[in-house]
Design a protein around this ligand. Structure first.
Ligand SMILES: NC(=O)c1ccc[n+]([C@@H]2O[C@H](COP(=O)([O-])OP(=O)(O)OC[C@H]3O[C@@H](n4cnc5c(N)ncnc54)[C@H](O)[C@@H]3O)[C@@H](O)[C@H]2O)c1
Ligand SMILES: O=C(O)C[C@H](O)C(=O)O
Ligand SMILES: [Mn+2]
Length: 542
């Protein structure tokens, strides 16, 4: 619906700005409110691209695009769609990390919901005030673990905004049906607390009892106001992430992207890598640096895959080695969570080792797959990588920590230290690596390959739960689209221009699985495909 007059001009979801025709201007009471010239959407795209290109640094570019999004969403998405590879790192990782750190400084206009602890008891009212009535997808964070940048308090809001932009760009979710949310439960980031510009509740983070009660009030309000919405949890600190997921996942349509989305994309990328390496996952020794919710989530899915390939639970666990800040996870360690304990090696297996750091593990184990979800920049050192490369023909090495400044290794180094034999995927985007005069694109193993498709799937299928099997199907469908399957010299994951198409494929397969799992109304495969097609929103003036 297009509003009349000034209001219509400033409604970002429906405005056409200078593209309102003479007739529309007359009909909508806009005569005189716009400069005379009438532009087309394509003219506007060309113009905004030119302006975008004039911004000096990436944060300026981010600010420019965010302002455009607040002004004219159709134009924003049309511009993005034509320049995905160039603009993804601007609206999303890594630049969104900086935008979160500087959120209060660069703040211009509100977007979504700021759900603050002092408003507890009134969250139903807060939810009712939401800017968009009908919502398909909520992304919510509490800002405590923003990428590998730690606690950003309210600044974490940049992440739900960025992720939802990709739900639309890649998954075709109507931007009028998205809702970014930040739970403002204080911050322990002293820099933010002392910053006069800080826009959040200036308070230390609340204790766990108050915290879980507040999350519960929020979830209750969401379920009352938007009973069918997909609620995606994002960038919660590990001690809260899994308890929250387990508390709500059987009761409503919800998933945790850092745990489940990351696992699915990693498994997808490993599918291509294992094929090129000529060795199935179940025959690999896997080493993970980092035992947070992301790392453990990935390993859970890897173990399930190894079991699907014929191993017992125990045999799979034997092949998985997890190293955290205190060294290898072993069963004599205290203070491990249940999730971590499932991957703890028997202490006697390592009793004659000199140490249990990453270098020791790589030295002792015939490691074929090395994964990093640790935030430990540079932790995959030359010595470690060279040692691993001596043990296997095609070492599979994924430095997955974000943003770029937290990556466990640079792909150029991995290429050099392994004479080009390493099969690499990174969490953040990196420039192509040159070898023998040829530039090779580096796959970005980031949950952005999964969550937009998941949103499209559950929206189209009207699913009521996100099952593990739906996540596995997403991983498998992505894995089958790996360019490396056809040509081992190609990247492990599809190119960005193909990703919206592949998201449709993933969404269709996931929606079919939702029906099979009994968490979506009965539909034939054709009906599912048609529902997915119909759900997809495209940026054009209507
Ligand atoms: N590529 C993706 O799609 C993706 C998805 C989710 C998370 N991530 C990234 O993964 C990282 C971790 O996320 P998380 O939520 O699990 O974080 P977390 O802080 O809970 O976990 C970090 C883990 O790494 C360990 N660690 C930290 N420093 C270390 C060091 N120097 N040596 C060895 N181990 C060390 C910690 O002990 C902990 O087990 C973040 O950088 C995040 O951006 C990437
Ligand atoms: O946000 C990203 O780029 C991926 C992931 O969700 C992360 O937390 O690092
Ligand atoms: Mn995340």
């Amino acid at each position: 619906m297009v509003h009349k007059g000034q209001n219509g001009l400033f409604d970002a979801l429906t405005t056409k700005g200078t593209a309102f025709t003479r007739e529309e201007r007359a009909e909508l009471g806009l005569l005189g409110l716009l400069p005379y010239a009438v532009k087309t959407l394509d003219d506007q795209v060309a113009h905004t691209y030119q302006e975008f290109s004039r911004r000096r640094d990436d944060l300026d570019k981010h600010i420019y695009l965010r302002a455009l999004q607040d002004r004219n969403e159709t134009l924003f998405y049309r511009l993005l769609a034509g320049h995905v590879e160039e603009m993804l790192p601007i609206v999303y990782t890594p630049t969104v990390g900086e935008a979160c750190e500087r959120f209060s400084d660069i703040y211009r206009r509100p977007r979504g919901l700021f759900v603050a602890y002092p408003d507890r008891g009134r969250l139903r009212e807060v939810l009712r005030n939401r800017p968009n009535r009908d919502v398909d997808v909520i992304v919510v964070t509490d800002g405590q673990r923003i990428l590998g940048l730690g606690d950003q308090g309210i600044g974490g809001m940049g992440i739900p905004i960025g992720k939802l932009s990709l739900y639309t760009l890649i998954g075709g979710i109507d931007p009028a049906r998205t809702l970014p949310v930040v739970l403002d439960v204080g911050t322990d980031n002293v820099e933010r607390l002392e910053d006069p510009n800080y826009l959040g509740w200036r308070h230390r983070r609340i204790g766990d009892d108050e915290y879980y009660a507040f999350v519960d009030e929020f979830v209750t309000a969401v379920r009352e106001e938007l009973p069918e919405v997909l609620l995606q949890w994002e960038d919660f600190a590990t001690p809260h992430a899994l308890p929250i997921l387990e508390r709500y996942r059987e009761e409503m349509l919800t998933f945790n992207d850092d745990i489940q989305g990351t696992a699915a994309v990693t498994l997808g990328a490993l599918q291509g890598a294992a094929r090129v390496a000529g060795r199935p996952l179940a025959e690999q020794q896997v080493v993970m640096l980092g035992a947070g919710s992301a790392g453990i989530g990935v390993l859970e899915m890897i173990r399930q895959e190894m079991v699907a390939q014929g191993l017992s639970d125990a045999e799979a666990a034997e092949r998985i080695w997890v190293v955290d800040i205190d060294g290898l996870l072993t069963d004599d360690r205290t203070g491990l969570s249940d999730g971590q304990r499932r991957f703890a090696q028997p202490a006697e297996r390592v009793e004659d080792w000199d140490g249990t750091g990453l270098a020791d593990v790589v030295h002792r184990v015939e490691v074929g797959v090395l994964l990093g979800l640790s935030t430990a920049a540079g932790a995959f050192t030359e010595e470690i990588v060279r040692e691993m490369a001596g043990k296997t023909d095609r070492p599979i090495i994924f430095p997955l920590s974000n943003p770029t400044s937290r990556a466990e290794a640079h792909p150029r180094e991995l290429d050099e230290w392994t004479d080009g034999r390493a099969l690499v995927a990174t969490g953040s985007p990196f420039a192509p690596v040159e070898r023998g005069g040829k530039a090779r694109r580096i796959a970005q193993c980031n949950n952005v390959y999964i969550f937009p498709a998941m949103g499209l799937a559950v929206t189209a299928a009207r699913a009521t739960r996100v099952t593990d099997e739906m996540m596995r199907v997403a991983a498998r469908t992505l894995g089958e689209a790996s360019p490396a399957l056809a040509d081992p010299a190609e990247p492990l994951l599809p190119a960005w221009e193909d990703v919206p198409e592949i998201a449709t494929r993933i969404a269709t397969a996931v929606a079919v699985q939702a029906v099979k799992d009994g968490v979506a109304p009965e539909m034939s495969e054709d009906e599912v495909a048609e529902a997915v097609r119909r759900t997809r929103w495209t940026p054009e003036y209507r």
